[in-house]
Design a protein around this ligand. Sequence first.
Ligand SMILES: Cc1cc2nc3c(=O)[nH]c(=O)nc-3n(C[C@H](O)[C@H](O)[C@H](O)COP(=O)(O)OP(=O)(O)OC[C@H]3O[C@@H](n4cnc5c(N)ncnc54)[C@H](O)[C@@H]3O)c2cc1C
Ligand SMILES: *[C@@H]1O[C@H](CO)[C@@H](O)[C@H](O)[C@H]1NC(C)=O
Length: 446
Amino acid sequence: MAKPGLTVAIIGGGIAGLMFALALSKSREDIAIDIYEAGPDFSELGAGLNLWPRVLEIMDSFGLIGELQATAGKPDHEKKMQFRKGDEPGSIIWGESPASIHGIHRGDLLKILVEHTATRCQSHFHKKIVSYEDIPHQPVILNFTDGTTATCDLLVGADGVKSSVRAYMYNQMADKLQSEGRIDDEVENVRKHAKPYWSGNIIYSSKEEARRQMIITYPISQGRFINTACVVVKDDLYGTIYDGPWAVRTTNEEVVKQYNGWDAPAQALVKLAENPMRWVVNIVLDDLPTFACGRVAIIGDAAHSMTTHQAAGAMQAVEDGYVLAALLGRPETSPGTIPLALRAYDEVRRPIAQSFQRLSRQTAQMILLDKMDGVTKETSAASVYSKETLPNKNDLLQELFQWAPKSSVVPDRDRALQIYGTMVRNSNSGFEHRLPLETVLAFSKM
Ligand SMILES: Cc1cc2nc3c(=O)[nH]c(=O)nc-3n(C[C@H](O)[C@H](O)[C@H](O)COP(=O)(O)OP(=O)(O)OC[C@H]3O[C@@H](n4cnc5c(N)ncnc54)[C@H](O)[C@@H]3O)c2cc1C
Ligand SMILES: *[C@@H]1O[C@H](CO)[C@@H](O)[C@H](O)[C@H]1NC(C)=O
C-alpha cells in the first residue's frame, strides 16, 4: 500500500474486533488496519453461538456464507427456538421464536475471520492498552502496559465488557466535568460508566440458591456438540458490582444437583455437562450516554455487553462493525471527518444496541414466567397451577422477538450514511473535537 489515507487501530481481537477489521478491509483499499490484542493469540471462550438470519445476511454480503456453512452446516429455516417449562415432570412447550436459529461453534467463526483479515491487517499480540491521547490535528496516541506506544487516525475499542478504552473515555469525561466545577452527582453519573456491572445472572451456578433458573441448549457444528447453558437469574441484583472471580470451573455434580425434580430431558442434559464453567454475566449499563468521543469509538461488548436471553450480543457486535466500516469506507472520509463519522455511528447504533440490552432483560422475565398469575415455585413444583394461561405467553414472546424475521441491517447502514453525508456537507471546519459533554450530561440526567 502507498501511504494510507487512513490508519485505524482496533483494540481487541474478539468477534467484534475481527468482524469490524474484515468489514473495513473490504471497504476501501487505502485503509491501514492494526489489531492490538492483549492475549497471546486470537481465541474465544465458550463453545456455542446462535446466529440469527440478520447476521447471516451480513456474512453473506462479505462472501463468507459458504465457508461458514462448510463447518456449521446450512441453516434449517424450520428450526426455531422453543420455550419449554421443564422444571417439573411432564414439560410444556409454550412458545417458539418467530425466526429460525443457526447454532455455530465460536472457534469456527473466529477461524474464518482470522483467515480473511490476515492479509490486510497487522496483528500485534500481548498489547494491552491502558490509555490514549486524542489531541486535535495530531495522530491519536495509544499507550500500552508494556510502555510502548502507537499512533492512528481512529481508535476503536473492541475490548469487551471490561473495556480499557471505555474506562479511559469515561474517566476522562468525568475528570473534565470535575475540572469545570460540576456537582459531584453529575460527575459520578458519567464516571460510573467506566465500570462493568453484574446483570444478576450466573451461568452454571453452583452455590447460589437455585431460585430462578433456566436451561438454554442447542446443537452446534452440525450436531456434533450440544451447547448448554444453565442460567440462574437474580434480577434484583441487576446493576450491582460483582466482586468475586467472573469465571471458575465447577463440577458436574454441582450442576446436576440443582435440577432435581425437573423433567427427564432436562436432567439427562445436565448430566452430560463435562468440565462445566461457572460464569458471572457482567454487562455495560443500558444508559451509556455515547459510544464515541472525538476520534475514539467503542463497539461490541465494550459498548453494550448484555445478558444472553435474546442471543443477540455477538449479532449486535457484528452490526456495529458493519455500520462503522460503511461510514469509514466512504471516499470523503479523512482523518478530519472521523469525529463526524463516529457521531453518525453513535446516533444510529446506540439506540438499537441498547434496545436489545433492555429486550434481553425483559425476555428473561418472560422465560421465567414472572408476573404469571397463579403460579409460584411451590404450585409449579406440585404441578397445581393453571396450565391454560401458558399458551398466552407466546403472544408476548412474539413481541419480544418481532425484530427477528424482518432481519436487515441495511436500512440502518443507509440511515447512518445519510446522517454522515449531511454532517460532512454542513461542516466547513472538518475537525470537530469537542467532547459531547452536554449531550452526555443531558442523557445521564434522564
Ligand atoms: C454464555 C454466553 C452465550 C452467548 N450466546 C450468544 C448467542 O447465542 N448469540 C449472540 O449473538 N451472542 C451471544 N453471546 C454474546 C457474545 O458472546 C458477545 O457479545 C461477543 O462475543 C462479544 O464480542 P467482543 O469481541 O465484543 O468481546 P470479547 O469477546 O470479550 O473480546 C474482547 C477482546 O479484547 C481483548 N482485550 C480486552 N482488554 C484489552 C485491552 N485492554 N487491550 C487489548 N486487548 C484487550 C480480549 O483479550 C478479547 O480478545 C453470548 C454470551 C455468553 C456469555
Ligand atoms: C502515553 O505515553 C507517552 C509516552 O510515553 C507519555 O508522554 C504520555 O503521558 C502517556 N499518556 C497517557 C495518557 O498516559
